[in-house]
Ligand binder design. Structure first.
Ligand code: MTE
Ligand code: MO
Length: 226
């Protein structure tokens, strides 16, 4: 495992932007990283399987990158495609998921200032196993929404499926918002285990970011749109 992640090649790396926009750009990864000032963001991270951590990421707001791409106004959702490299990632030679890993966000979620494009963590360049060279960090959603090793962004009109939702729609919704009141079909989401702690903590609505993101979902039935 260690050797596989150490040998993963995250250069040369191109990120293609497609879908509803004028001229589809393709960026070299280092060009993207140089386009925006990098900042550190310390976020709670909550896995759908009820463990959690606090992680210092380094990156830039996804919104800044999307604005550069200038999507058409009818683009309502954003789809993220990730690296397909079964030679380097043996898990992709199995069919536990349909590869490449895909995820999506509603455009207003993607444009929210808390949605981060991360290129580093703990003051270092992003380790390969955590999604080098570039990944999403969407701190109010379960971890599976944060696509790693992104190679493509597509602006679309219809809600993209996502790999987990395609594999198991009863367990993984499009939204994946952290919500202590909506149980996973096989376990409660009311509490979580912070890695390194004995006692469980209460899970917070939207992972503690309700004041910032709650308005994105006002009036929605969050049991139905989980
Ligand atoms: N490209 C890609 N991104 C991915 C995944 C994946 O399998 N491939 N797994 C997701 C899941 S299920 C989780 S929990 C997080 C894990 O992020 P971490 O490895 O930094 O802990 O990445 C998400 N992003
Ligand atoms: Mo996961």
């Amino acid at each position: 495992m260690k050797k596989l992640s150490r040998d993963f090649r995250s250069r040369l790396w191109t990120l293609k932007v497609q879908g509803l926009l004028g001229k589809p750009p393709a960026f070299d990864i280092d060009e993207i990283i140089g386009m925006f000032p990098l900042e550190e963001r310390i976020y709670r991270w909550r896995c759908v399987e009820a463990w959690s951590m606090v992680i210092p990421w380094i990156g830039f707001p996804l919104a800044e990158f999307i604005k550069k791409c200038d999507p058409a106004s009818k683009a309502k959702d954003v789809e993220f495609t990730t690296i397909f490299a079964p030679g380097q990632m043996p898990g992709q030679r199995t069919d536990i998921l349909k590869w490449p890993y895909e995820e999506g966000l509603r455009m207003d979620e993607a444009l929210h200032p808390l949605a981060l494009t991360a290129v580093g963590m703990y003051g270092e360049v992003l380790p390969n196993q955590n999604g080098s060279p570039l990944r999403l960090v969407v701190p109010w959603k379960y971890g599976f929404k944060s696509a790693k090793s992104i190679v493509g962004i597509r602006f679309v009109e219809n809600m993209p499926k996502g790999s987990w939702r395609r594999a198991n729609p009863d367990e993984y919704g499009f939204y994946g918002n952290v919500n202590p009141e909506v149980s996973h079909p096989r376990w409660s989401q009311a509490t979580e285990r912070r890695i390194g702690e004995e006692d469980r903590r209460k899970t917070m609505m939207f992972n503690g970011y309700e004041a910032e993101v709650g308005r994105l979902y006002s009036g929605m039935n969050l049991k139905k749109f989980y």
